[in-house]
Design a protein around this ligand. Structure first.
Ligand SMILES: Cc1ncc(COP(=O)(O)O)c(C=O)c1O
Length: 290
């Protein structure tokens, strides 16, 4: 199945309350979300048959929808049960799980969409290391020309499709330069995050990570901060200026897909894949399977 187009695979996808054949999990072209980005989603990983922080992801999905002005028409418990069903049907122990909620096709085709149904789908598939062998060597990141937007211009804390338009463009530009991903600054010029992962730096045995005041405060980010504090490592959540990049010794990314991925380079700045980075990556791997 690996390598097959995502719309042409065997298996089942949960859609609006029932399991449908993978190839029949389709929507109409006049789906509101397709035209106006009225959709929110989750990326989750199952390890040994259990989704890590499953409930937190379902709760975030509901919150993201509320932030973009709709209600997911299922309770957290119902979403949890649907994910269990999807994972069991996939036959996978280790899997990536994607839940997506969106404004469907209906009576409205303008910008307003109050009369269209809100829909939910959940799929699971096999997905290995997000950054391939960068996981060991340290990923090389480009610096994006796009900035994370102000919370006054878009609901920046939602995991909403509309926020990924600039991420896709940033990642394409990065890949064209031989990089795995791009680091983005925010609208004020502070270091923000990568296109699908949060960022951490190490200096003098302490950890510095951007204050998530205009981007997703990742579930992995919060988990890793907890792990660092348990190890009595000082974590500073603060605004980070671009000129500070030169002085940082180590760097890593966190995300459900990325897990803990060491970074070796951002633009012209170099980082070592050091002891703390390796230790936190290993501890995270143990925790998700604990
Ligand atoms: C833009 C962005 N930032 C951060 C993250 C990390 O979030 P999490 O750790 O909850 O997966 C993700 C991935 O979900 C993301 O897409």
């Amino acid at each position: 199945m690996a390598g097959a187009a995502y719309d042409n695979r065997d298996g089942h996808i949960w859609m609006d309350g029932k399991m449908v054949d993978w190839r029949d999990a389709n929507v109409h072209i006049l789906t509101h979300a397709m035209h106006y980005a009225s959709s929110v989603f989750e990326g989750e990983r199952a390890y040994n048959g259990k989704i890590f922080k499953s409930r937190e992801h379902s709760e975030r999905l509901k919150r993201s929808a509320q932030m973009i002005d709709f209600e997911v028409p299922y309770t957290v418990d119902e979403i949890e049960a649907a994910k269990v069903e999807v994972l069991a049907a996939s036959g996978l122990q280790d899997a990536y799980v994607r839940a997506i909620a969106w404004r469907g096709a209906g009576e409205d085709m303008g910008v307003a969409s109050a009369r269209n149904p809100v829909r939910l789908a959940i799929a699971a598939w096999e997905w290995g290391a997000y950054y391939g062998d960068a996981k060991m060597k340290g990923a090389k990141l480009d610096i994006s020309k796009w900035k994370r937007p102000s919370p006054e211009t878009i609901p920046s804390h939602a995991k909403a499709a509309g926020l990924y338009m600039i991420c896709t463009m940033s990642k394409h530009a990065a890949e064209a330069k031989g990089c795995s991903d791009a680091m983005m600054f925010d609208y004020r010029g502070y270091v923000a995050e990568a296109t699908g992962a949060n960022i951490f730096f190490v200096k003098d045995g302490e950890v510095h990570t951007p204050d998530p005041d205009c981007f997703l405060n990742g579930i992995t980010r919060q988990t890793v901060i907890g792990m660092l504090r348990d190890k009595n490592i000082k974590v500073h959540e603060r605004h980070i200026m671009p000129e500070e990049l030169e002085g940082f010794e180590q760097c890593w990314l966190t995300g459900t897909a990325a897990e803990v991925t060491p970074v070796g380079q951002i633009g012209d700045y170099h980082f070592e894949v050091g002891t703390m980075t390796r230790d936190i990556a290993e501890s995270y791997e143990k925790l998700v399977r604990a």
